[in-house]
Design a protein around this ligand. Sequence first.
Ligand code: DC
Length: 245
Amino acid sequence: MANEVKNETKKFVVAVDGPAGTGKSTATKRISKLLGLTHVDTGALYRGIAYLAMEAGFGLEFDESDHAAITKIAQRTKFEFQRIPGKNPSNRLFVNSKDITGFIRTPDMSMMASRVSAIPGVRAALKDLQRSLGVSSPSILEGRDIGTVIFPDADLKFFLTADIDARAKRRLDELEAQGGDIPSYEELREQIKSRDEGDSTRAIAPLRKAEGAIEIDTTTYTLDQVVEIMAEQIKKRIHELGLDQ
Ligand code: DC
């Protein structure tokens, strides 16, 4: 494949940020395969902490007096991503040796992930891990603060947006494909709005466009178009840096 990273002695990091439902996850997964980059879904880490916090008895209504206990959970958690190859390859997440992949994509877990992600101690506990996941091989990381906090030195940054209705519709399609309990469209739209608000207004590492990030409004694009636009920019950058030599 032309423009893949061949010279791995210099690390190559692509940062992709944006709110829920902009196509971030699906697009970055596809691009990672296309260009041979390691895909790191940093939201899954916050979802892992959300899962453990709920398992420990915390609900969505936890308050500041619970921050220390939830931070402790984050500090003690051992994360492991396992890539399962095959016809339908999947990326499974283990926390403390337990495969929680099937439990972390529910609307409740999304809200809990957003809530725990606003705890400064939780963010601090996950920071080094995210950097180490990104520098071990040429990588594409997606989240909310990759270009601003985790890799302000990324080689290329994207910021994806889309209007709220398009995002709610995509999330609904995803949940339908996944099966299980499905909220109504209106409920889901409200949940996404409230999560956006929390993620963008929190005091620490709020969601915002990093300086120099390429902004793509994906509202009217198909997934193929988003992948094509991003992959072209990434290949150009790999070439500019001489990493394809
Ligand atoms: O990308 P996602 O929907 O799986 O993320 C779940 C939540 O985790 C999101 O609402 C906010 C938080 N998050 C974060 O604060 N920083 C990141 N880099 C990734 C996710």
